[in-house]
Design a protein around this ligand. Structure first.
Ligand code: UTP
Length: 325
């Protein structure tokens, strides 16, 4: 039976404010498309045809984007009215935990993965990566290649293997039971219902989980990491177009409907649909759709959709040996 994908995207993305005052985190552009678009491309490449979005904060925008950009996907959505943690988010989609296998991918998780291999595994599996400071993550312990414990944001991590936000669940009915138990017994960690805690309940009642080590895991949680992810993705997804009266320093991505002229662009500039960039120097930055930039020098920046950033040229008469800095 073919897999269903569940994508929780209900969070408010507070660490990305003010950008997320206007759009949900998963709709922020990285390289050539929004974060959720990169996730859906990976899933579609492995044959996923049905997706359940778990929406909350600005959920209408997400549903609209996915419906328009991925018209062939069979799309469902459920609403998590209050972000009470990832376990609660997945519980909100419990009607889709009906025995059919599912893959859960967090809406801000970008990984480089052989999707087909991961989704074809004959057992429950979780994506993991070694990290330097596991205390911010869900962490697993392992023995003989099988997960022997799940713990969320431990103060004293029992290993350095962090959950990256990618879960293949074959026993979806058991996951549903575990989530219902979490809510019934009000089991929270750090005030939230955690998916990690539900997986631990499943494990304790006999489900086995296997780790899949992910080599590349991109974070999109903060502006700095969003830009870092943009830099990585541009190495593969740049289009480096010829632009009128511009100097292009690859890698860059400029959407076909963006207008860029009289500018120095790159390295690492991503300019989305309908944006206008004139007389600028722009590097290591993301310009979202419809933004207007004129006569500015921009780096390490993210410009929200339809924003205007306009500088000016100076008119000066400067006597010899002057210094203005
Ligand atoms: P995060 O905790 O990283 O996202 O959750 P956030 O809460 O939106 O961001 P900050 O911490 O406020 O900056 C990881 C993923 O899980 C989803 C989020 O939308 C994100 O895709 N999530 C998290 C939910 O859908 N519901 C929740 O209750 C919590």
């Amino acid at each position: 039976m073919s897999l269903r994908a569940l994508i929780p995207v209900a969070g408010a993305g507070t660490r990305l404010r003010p950008l997320t005052y206007a759009v949900p985190k998963s709709l922020l552009t990285v390289a050539d498309k929004p974060i959720v678009g990169h996730i859906l491309d990976g899933l579609q490449s492995a044959g996923i045809e049905e997706v359940v979005l778990i929406v909350g904060y600005k959920g209408d925008q997400l549903v609209e984007y996915v419906r328009n950009a991925y018209p062939t996907l069979k799309l469902h959505w459920v609403v998590q009215t209050e972000a009470q943690g990832l376990g609660h988010a997945v519980w909100c989609a419990r009607d889709y935990l009906d025995g059919r296998p599912a893959v859960i991918v967090l809406g801000d998780t970008l990984v480089e993965l052989e999707w087909e291999r991961f989704l074809g595994l004959p057992q429950n599996a979780v994506g993991v990566k070694q990290v330097e400071d596991p205390r911010r993550f869900g962490v697993i312990t392992l023995q003989d290649g099988v997960v022997t414990g799940f713990v969320e944001k431990p103060e004293n991590p029992p290993s350095d293997l962090a959950l990256v936000g990618l879960y293949l669940i074959l026993d979806t009915l058991r996951l549903r039971e575990a989530l219902e138990e979490l809510l019934r017994r009000n089991l929270r960690t750090r005030g939230e219902y955690q998916l990690t805690d539900a997986l631990e309940l499943m494990r304790q009642s006999g489900s086995q989980f296997y780790p899949l080590r992910v080599q590349t895991w991109y974070d999109c949680g903060k502006v700095e990491t969003l830009l870092e992810t943009n830099r990585h993705l541009l190495h593969r997804r740049a289009n480096n177009p010829e632009l009128p009266h511009c100097a292009v320093i690859p890698p860059i991505y400029v959407a076909p409907t963006a207008r860029v002229e009289y500018a120095v662009v790159g390295p690492y500039a991503a300019i989305a649909d309908g944006a206008v960039v004139r007389h600028c120097i722009i590097r290591d930055s993301i310009v979202n759709a419809g933004a207007y930039l004129e006569a500015v020098l921009v780096e390490h920046s993210v410009i929200g959709a339809r924003s205007t950033l306009r500088g000016s040229f100076q008119r000066v008469s400067l006597c010899d040996d002057s210094r203005i800095q």
